[in-house]
Design a protein around this ligand. Structure first.
Ligand code: GLN
Length: 329
């Protein structure tokens, strides 16, 4: 088990991962959202953000794609900030469902608990909690400001994706109203559904996701902007949620084989957090049956293998020349 790695070695590992999987043809683009089915399936990028804010990247890391479910992590952070961890446990929960991201069955089975902000039900519930409750414009402002702070730069709405998703989100509408019948949505269901759909339609690049991941890995201090986005005590909470359910029904297999807490989105992005080490992201549109990017998973698995990093290991890998500046708040 190694305990440190140089920047050059890490850059080489990213490049090797890219070269190894760039021609992989597995998976297919999400097609239940028409916009996503039309994205170039060959796009592929990998980015890492180090504790000193430096970004290493290879491939299509400046291409803006739909953040989709990776935004669930970001808004979970926002409500953890606004309400504290205890209240989130009580009002939403932090459990894995073991079921697909949009499962209605999971809600029926746990009527008093949307399980976790990282599946659709809990994410719509999370958006409903964003303050100020009842004010769509100000809630949107809070959601986007938080995402910008986490990613270290502005994110834009992909209007065509938002339209595409809004006319096809019947399952999510059913989820929002089912939550209403169980008193597990805390604002107007239609308003919450719309804001959830909009947040999923924001664009991010692999670099931005890497910065967001690095902010979590760095205990809430964004290493690029130098700004504290959240209190370090929330970091383990958010990492535990990612480790529990970041890949939905495939999360156990993923954690067993990589030891990398990560969150996927049907836009093809995956954001991985190596606590105390770095943030990493990969992007490639074709997905497996659970909605996780095939190539991004392969690349991240390759990288964690080569770095010999694993959250469950007793060792922590450090990037030489890049000690984190401040880690506690
Ligand atoms: N907006 C998508 C949905 O709600 C997000 C799903 C995902 O990325 N897994 O269906």
């Amino acid at each position: 088990m190694r305990t440190d790695i140089t920047k050059q070695e890490l850059q080489n590992i990213l490049k090797e991962a890219y070269e190894t999987f760039r021609n992989d043809t597995g998976g297919k683009n999400a097609d239940y959202i028409p916009y996503l089915s039309r994205i170039d399936r060959k796009l592929f990028g990998i980015a890492a953000c180090l504790p000193n804010g430096e970004i290493l990247s290879v491939g299509d890391c400046d291409y803006p794609f739909g953040v989709e479910s990776v935004s669930k992590v970001m808004t979970a952070i926002l409500i953890l900030k606004q309400y504290g961890a205890e209240t989130i446990m009580h009002m939403i929960g932090a459990d894995a469902t073991g079921m697909p991201f949009n499962s209605i069955m999971a809600i029926l089975l746990e009527k008093n608990h949307p399980s976790t902000p990282l599946v659709n039900a809990g994410a719509i519930s999370a958006v409903s909690m964003v303050q100020p409750v009842g004010n769509s414009a100000q809630k949107w402002q809070a959601i986007t400001e938080n995402i910008k702070e986490l990613c270290g730069s502005e994110t834009e709405l992909i209007k065509e994706l938002y339209r595409s998703e809004s006319v096809s989100n019947h399952n999510n509408r059913a989820i929002a109203w089912l939550l209403k019948s169980y008193n597990r949505i805390y604002d107007d269901p239609e308003l919450s559904l719309d804001l959830y759909t909009r947040q999923c339609s924001l664009s991010v690049t692999a670099k931005q996701l890497a910065v967001c991941a690095a902010t979590i890995a760095n205990g809430g201090l964004n290493p690029v902007t130098g700004k504290r986005v959240f209190n370090s005590s929330l970091s383990p909470k958010i990492v535990s949620m990612m480790a529990a359910v970041g890949f939905y029904e495939n999360t156990g297999d993923w954690m067993f084989s990589t030891g990398l807490p990560a969150k996927s989105g049907v836009g093809g992005g995956i954001m991985g957090v190596m606590p105390g080490t770095l943030g990493i992201a990969a992007f490639a549109p074709p997905l497996d049956g659970a909605g996780n990017s095939v190539k991004a998973q392969k690349a991240l698995r390759y990288i964690t293998d080569r770095m010999e990093t694993n959250i469950y290991s007793s060792q922590r890998v450090k990037i030489r020349e890049c000690a984190a500046t401040v880690n506690a708040s």
